[in-house]
Ligand binder design. Structure first.
Ligand code: SAH
Length: 255
């Protein structure tokens, strides 16, 4: 018996990996993260599959299910939104599984951050504009360590992607405005890759009102930085003529 932690992707069923899907279909127990998982992913599962919505269960209740599956020697698929490495809350589960002597494996997924960048047709990094991306969140029920307070992170003025923060967009703007120029682009992507995806573009001055008037309160990423508005950047050296003389001809890996 094994538990498979599977990244379900951002929403669009076609953005779940083939490997994740194959594993999911082979498991008799499925635990999924509620509204962030597209029901179309679960629809084709056989009727005999035992499906649990973990957003309604505490850790102890989830452990009861793991134990039950262990008792009957059946595999469990544990579906989480996007990729598991970002706010996946799987570390505590793995610790519990270690204590129960249950083996597990992690199958990655497409994060909502990749789906949002794709929806925007944007790169998060551009030469000489920003070569760094910060993934973070504003403090909420989960406190952010003081050294990672958004105002401190803002001092880098690089690209920032904020998860789990949309209800606090006003606080986000206030903290970012300490360091970023007020005209810095801010884009909110609601339900990236879902049929009702919405993109709201603005800047530090305008975005909070726009988000409010669109009524966005859930399932949205806030993306901030000069990469979202400029056509005024240097070409990447990857395809430059000079670079090809130096490296491409010599067949050096340029990635
Ligand atoms: N592991 C997930 C993130 C889980 S935290 C991932 O890799 O995407 C949940 C937060 O992710 C939400 O509050 C929201 O900020 C973001 N999110 C998840 N799915 C999203 C989507 N389809 N579009 C925009 N944001 C999304």
């Amino acid at each position: 018996m094994k538990v498979y932690f599977i990244g379900a992707g951002p929403g669009d069923v076609e953005l779940m990996t083939i490997k994740g899907n194959r594993r999911l279909r082979a498991c008799s127990y499925v635990m999924h993260a509620g509204s962030l998982i597209n029901p179309e992913i679960l629809a084709p599962l056989p009727e005999s599959t035992r499906i649990y919505d973990t957003s309604k269960l505490n850790l102890e209740e989830q452990i009861v299910i793991y134990n039950e599956a262990k008792g009957v020697d059946q595999d469990v698929a544990r579906l989480q939104s996007g990729d598991l490495s970002i706010y996946g809350a799987i570390a505590e589960q793995m610790r519990a599984l270690d204590e129960l002597g249950i083996q597990y494996e992690v199958i990655p997924g497409v994060s909502s951050v990749a789906a949002s960048a794709a929806a925007l047709k944007s790169e998060l990094t551009l030469p000489e504009i920003s070569q760094t991306v910060i993934f973070s969140r504003i403090s909420g029920r989960t406190e952010v360590p003081p050294d990672e307070d958004l105002e401190k992170l803002a001092s880098h003025k690089c690209t920032i992607c904020l998860f789990l923060s949309i209800t606090k967009i006003k606080d986000v703007v206030e903290k970012l405005s300490v360091h970023y120029p007020i005209e810095t682009p801010v884009v909110v992507v609601y339900k990236a890759s879902w049929k009702d995806e919405k993109i709201v573009r603005g800047n530090l001055k305008t975005i909070a009102d726009k988000v409010k008037s669109e009524g966005i309160r859930l399932t949205a990423l806030i993306l901030v930085g000069a990469v979202f508005n400029t056509k005024d950047f240097q070409d990447s050296r990857l395809y430059s003529k000079e670079y090809s003389h130096l490296f491409r001809k010599k067949n050096v890996d340029t990635k």
